[in-house]
Design a protein around this ligand. Sequence first.
Ligand code: ADP
Ligand code: MG
Length: 635
Amino acid sequence: MTQCAKRKGGRQNLRRYDGTVVTRDEMTIRILPPDVAQKIAAGEVVERPASAVKELVENALDAGARQVQVEIRSGGLGLIRVADDGSGIPAAEAETAFLRHATSKLASAADLTSIRTLGFRGEALASIAAISQITLYTHHAEDDLGVTLTLEAGQVVARKPWAGPTGTTILVRNLFFNVPARLKFLRSATGEAGQIGHVIEQFALGHPDVRFRFLSEGRRVLETPGSGDLRDALRQVYGSEIADALVAIDETSESSHARVWGLISTPQVTRANRSGLSFFVNRRCITNLSLVYAVEEAYHPALLPGRHPIGALHLEIPPTDVDCNVHPTKAEVRIVNERAIYSLAHRAVRAALLQVAPLPEIGAPLEPASWIRGSALDAAPAELPGAGHRFDASGARGTETRGHEAAAQNHLSVSDQDTAASNAATTFEPSSAATSPPTGSDAPFRPTALRPVGQVQNTYIVAEGAGGIYFIDQHTAHERILYEEIVAQRSATRAPSQVLLAPVVVPLNARQRAALLEHGAELARLGFDLEEFGPDSFILRAVPPRLVRADLLQALRDAADALAGDVLAPDGTDRLAATLACHAAVRAGDALTLTEIATLLARLEETDVSRYCPHGRPVVVHLSVSQLERDFHRR
Ligand code: ADP
Ligand code: MG
């Protein structure tokens, strides 16, 4: 509600929502002094050190650089140094480059309809300069001599000739020194360094022909060869093991004059979040959830819920079909015919995956399962955002592809390791009324006195209980139990720890390293003994006892990925606990003794188990007595 107007002696005295009085003086409209206007504009472009680095590297690439070196101190807040071997700035234009709306990349509004450069607004240098101290060294190829400029809060304070090589080096010191409000919202120096590392990784994947070097606190974090081969760049970002396992995609669409190419992982190589999948439109790194869905859908049904592929996808689209001017930090673009482009990406990924291994197909083995009522296969296929293709295992058109959500729901049909199509025959629809536990579908599932019957396919536990037969996914059930335990432990003082016989060296990317450095104390509390080892690895000496038999390399990487994001997933799940629980739990395919099954069931009874594991997979499927009676025509 708006505030009341009080009349005093004929004059209005307005109070606004916070109780302050709106004075006449305040209401005078005036143009802000340039330094204030600059700081406001800077807030848009430069949200954090990583955004400054992004703009400076974009400038280097727009200048045709073959080598870009980025160096930071204190997470970029102390110093950012970006050096390139590009064209350089003409000495006569050096001051102009720091003015707002000063650019060499656009001349008229018409140019906005076919942007070919990463920058085009002419705002970045002015914005960064307004909130830092800058030294510029630049030498344009056609000038005899270069120039160096020093700026304080946007004002040039010194200018000298400079006799360096062709190219540009910019030093940004004390970013946000005059915007203390922004400083409060930044992460720790290691957190910011991690973000910068991520930005540079994306540039490296977007420009495999450029050599990138990134140093933080004097230590080399990333260096790419600039060979022009995307796999070489991916090797530096994700390590050889992952990069060498990626498969190439390349597909062109005549009708949309577009091409998609790149490298993507098989369903076996995944990670716990989406940060491993990068998209580039005409070399510009962009975020686009519809594209992510289109690509992940191509993995259906082989991708486990909560797992995401790794890779880099380049889209080449005529610049006239892309609007780059729709987002303050240029992180999103608009594409004419976007549905056709999503389809192209989907098709390209699908075709490449089918080449390396036929994907299990959920539609085919329907008949053998038809005696099961309420099968997940009965569910209507959901629409894929932006695409409606048909594929079957041979790559020919055939069965319907299913939507993302449906894929997650149908997960019971695909076990952890075994993706054989015949598994679909054992599928139940966990959320259908006919197969819900007697407590009702919304109430948490609390098994009462379950009697172990046995194990099916070394994957599902079969148990008998009051309401009929229960099929329990041994991995997800165990995962759920451990999740609750770990969440409880995170708030406790210190968990037990088990020293490893042989310490494990875990190579990590910049983002993962930063996350581990930032959350070291927390991990120690959970039972990890971790230490930095060389420039891009950690050495693991002790782990929580329940993890001893896990794949520690993958567990630590996934834990770092979980820590690099927000602590809680959008649905409130504790990401770190979910990751650790997943790695510590028994696997599908592990044979269990009846005693082990009984123990697991007993622990399940003690746990407040909702029917889904932390990754959203069903824990239990129930076949009621009345359902059996109906199926056997006893009723
Ligand atoms: P924009 O990139 O949108 O044009 P910027 O403020 O980032 O705006 O840069 C202003 C201008 O300064 C650019 O258009 C370019 O001409 C010049 N410039 C900036 N950085 C470099 C660089 N590293 N090499 C060559 N020219 C540069
Ligand atoms: Mg720029």
